[in-house]
Design a protein around this ligand. Sequence first.
Ligand SMILES: [Ca+2]
Length: 102
Amino acid sequence: MNDLENNDFGTWITYILLISVVVILAGFPQVTNKTLAAFGFIEDYCGDGIIQTPNSAGFFEQCDTNNFGNITNCSSLPEYISGDLKCTSSCEINLNNCVLGF
Ligand SMILES: [Ca+2]
């Protein structure tokens, strides 16, 4: 019985370790680009505040964080009269908050 209890304890420790690894790996992609850049593995990435066409991942960024390049707001775009531009976490311009003119 005592051996069985010890085995149960070992099994729980294993589960806890596995869950910890999964939680750490699940959070890792959020810091990957910054971490890779900090160590010099990549130079240009979505989230560095600079629009690259393309960035190190080969993606042509439309915006980056609060940087929209020559576009200053929704009304600088044809058809739109007001509203706030958003830059998605994948560096694409989101016009959902822009108001269309008529
Ligand atoms: Ca970038």
